[in-house]
Ligand binder design. Structure first.
Ligand SMILES: C[S@@+](CC[C@H](N)C(=O)[O-])C[C@H]1O[C@@H](n2cnc3c(N)ncnc32)[C@H](O)[C@@H]1O
Ligand SMILES: [Zn+2]
Ligand SMILES: [Zn+2]
Ligand SMILES: [Zn+2]
Length: 374
């Protein structure tokens, strides 16, 4: 399934057809049997009774299709078809696991879910608070007009359910307004995997072309006996898997088990990766989250202290991820009675938030209040 509009066929044009709304008309002669145009499905769903005989992704009729490893009820030509269909199949996969043969919604319901999911994936927003905790989801039609760049010139923040868009760079007349749709911590390939999965495009921003930050983001330990290119690549694959494993484990494992996944993976990756490597930072960030959940403030602070410097280097200069990390650190220091460090960290957070959220945002007043109380 492809989301790009079909190339505007040159021999055809859209026009207002009297009394019929919009119509399509020929601008040249077409020979008998000539193809006028073709159009990939915007969304499609294979009927339940044809499962196993046709690919759930491309509808090809084939024998020996391979099963989805999770639900064992969707079938594909190969990994490519499966990967391409995953954004849609994931809407059904877990329900199919739970309900098995009893899972039987109507085809219209399934197609509608796919259409809506595509709309919401591409045009929906998640609203987060100042520490980036999830508050909810919403549709903002005007905000959705902005295209993506990994070096954005605006940031979107929220005041209740109001979305506000502020410049984080000077913007010249004629320049396009770009926001970022994704977490910018990760290297170019990972960012584009994400953009393809959820938004169906590849980014061609300056960062994606020069890949300038990739080397630092994937920093390898400097050892007398440096790891081979293959060992590095294997570790990157391991890191991506463990990130995915952790994402799923969060739904059913205990905090102690989750911390164990973090610590084991940090140990293993630490043999090859520097502490500033984004995969290390990802697992430290997860570990910090678990510590916060368990109210282990010292543990959370230790992880946060290791994260903040490399974070500031990897993210653009005004970043909500960096601001929220300073904020979490500041609040931890304050709770642990280290006022000097706390004040410094909270001021760093305010510095970024005054640009991204605007000086009069209630979050900033709250933080200033915290500074006075202690
Ligand atoms: C929220 S909409 C942005 C507005 C969109 N251009 C439109 O016409 O409605 C997201 C979609 O815009 C396109 N898009 C956004 N940023 C892009 C970029 N940097 N390169 C190519 N396509 C992009 C993709 O098709 C994406 O799914
Ligand atoms: Zn297929
Ligand atoms: Zn499945
Ligand atoms: Zn980019």
């Amino acid at each position: 399934m492809r989301a790009e509009a079909a190339p505007q066929p040159g021999g055809l044009e859209r026009f207002a057809s009297a009394g019929k709304g919009r119509g399509l008309r020929a601008r040249r002669r077409y020979a008998l049997g000539e193809l006028l145009f073709s159009c990939p499905a915007y969304a499609a769903v294979l009927t339940v009774s044809e499962r196993g005989g046709h690919c759930d992704g491309c509808f090809a009729r084939k024998e020996g299709l391979s099963k989805c490893g999770r639900c064992k009820q969707a079938f594909y030509c190969n990994v490519e078809c499966q990967k391409e269909d995953w954004p849609m199949h994931k809407l059904e996969c877990s329900a199919m696991c739970v309900f098995g043969q009893n899972w039987n919604p109507s085809e219209t319901v399934r197609l509608t879910a796919r259409i809506l999911a595509k709309q919401v994936n591409c045009n929906g927003f998640t609203i987060e608070d100042e520490e980036l905790s999830h508050l909810g989801s919403a549709i903002f039609p005007d905000v959705a007009l902005m295209n993506h760049s990994c070096c954005p010139n605006v940031i979107v923040t929220y005041k209740g359910t109001l979305a506000e868009v502020r410049a984080v760079k000077e913007i010249e007349p004629g320049e396009e307004i770009f926001t970022s749709y994704i977490d910018l911590l990760y290297p170019t390939e990972d960012r584009n995997d994400r953009l393809r999965d959820s938004y169906f495009f590849n980014c061609d921003c300056r960062e994606c072309i020069t890949k300038e930050k990739d080397k630092e983001k994937l920093e390898i330990r400097k050892l007398n006996d440096p790891p081979s290119a293959e060992a590095v690549w294997d570790m990157i694959k391991y890191a991506r898997n463990v990130i995915e494993e952790f994402r799923r484990a969060k739904h059913y494992k205990s905090p102690t088990e989750l911390l164990e996944i973090c610590e084991l993976s940090l140990d293993k990756m630490g043999a090859v990766f520097e502490d500033s490597n984004v995969y290390m930072l990802h697992m430290m960030y997860q570990a910090m989250g678990v510590c916060l959940y368990m109210q282990d403030w010292e543990g959370a602070l230790r992880y946060g202290q290791k994260i903040i410097r490399p974070y500031s280097k990897h993210y653009p200069s005004h970043s909500l991820n960096v601001a929220s990390m300073w904020l979490k650190l500041g609040r931890l220091y304050m709770a642990l009675e280290n006022r000097t460090a706390g004040v410094k960290a909270l001021k760093r957070a305010i510095g970024i938030m005054e640009v991204a959220h605007g000086k009069d945002h209630p979050y900033i007043s709250e933080i200033k209040q915290e500074l006075e109380e202690h």
